[in-house]
Design a protein around this ligand. Structure first.
Ligand code: C5P
Length: 240
């Protein structure tokens, strides 16, 4: 698989567990996401090690600061050789442009978080955001696109809305994925891999359905089959 669409969220508390788990995966079947907790404890060394295993890495640190600081952080992350990084779209246009310009000559993809899915309407109201969440998400996604970013993180439901208004090559990265009849854990707005792909997602961030599986490689293979089945249907539809 040249462009695996599953990004495994490596949500482990330390480097040893993270590396042990990654060694059970197949770099041809997935990419890997490293977030704040693991990066804070294990740092760039872990990223280097995962790259030695051959994985492409999404470094999920969600930068949000003044433009100059974010640009520097993006440059530093890109120099680690990671595949994708992200920033908060709420940092505003100047910050997004500074981040994008810092990566202009680099291969690293830059995406934005629009609204954190943990914020409900009353949380948003409290910080002065009175519109419907989906309207804010759409506006921030368009802002990210206009600033030259490569995509956004969004729920599978938001992906369907965003696909209607945003250019085709803008990539949508979707967490909250579960197989039918599986444990939702603490996720509330979940979608199956097939629903997410049909809604226009390009990449699916999947954690516990793989990290807590008794056979992670088998789960990864099954999830990829689900995705391939629906991707093939989409191609057949287009051919007809
Ligand atoms: O275990 P699970 O599949 O729920 O993991 C999803 C991953 O995606 C976690 O690393 C989580 O932090 C991340 N994420 C999310 N929802 C968002 C953004 C990121 O679940 N809106």
């Amino acid at each position: 698989m040249n462009n695996p669409r599953i990004i495994v969220a490596l949500d482990f508390p330390n480097k040893k567990q993270a590396l042990e788990f990654a060694s059970r995966l197949d770099k041809n079947l997935c990419r890997i996401k490293v977030g704040k907790e693991l990066f804070t404890i294990a740092g760039p060394q872990l990223i280097e090690q995962l790259m030695v295993y051959g994985f492409e890495i999404f470094l999920d640190l969600k930068y949000h600061d003044i433009p100059n600081t974010v640009a520097g952080a993006c440059r530093a992350a890109s120099e680690l050789g990671v595949w994708m990084i992200n920033v908060h779209a709420l940092g505003g246009k100047k910050m997004l442009i500074a981040a994008q310009e810092a990566l202009a000559t680099k291969k690293t993809k830059l995406i934005a978080v629009t609204l954190l899915t943990s914020l409900n309407k009353s949380d948003l109201h409290e910080i002065g955001l009175h519109e419907e969440p989906i309207d804010i998400v759409q506006r921030l996604a368009l802002l990210a696109s206009n600033c030259g970013l490569d995509g956004v993180v969004c729920s599978a439901m938001e992906a369907q809305q965003l696909r209607k208004i945003i250019k085709k090559d803008f990539c949508l990265v979707t967490p909250g994925i579960r197989l039918p009849n599986s444990n939702a854990n603490d996720q509330t707005r979940i979608a199956t891999p097939q629903e997410a792909i049909r809604n226009g997602a390009d990449y699916l961030v999947i954690g516990r359905p793989i990290t807590q599986s008794p056979d992670p490689l088998l789960s990864l293979q099954q999830l990829n089959h689900e995705i391939e089945a629906v991707s093939n249907t989409v191609i057949t539809d287009l051919e007809i």
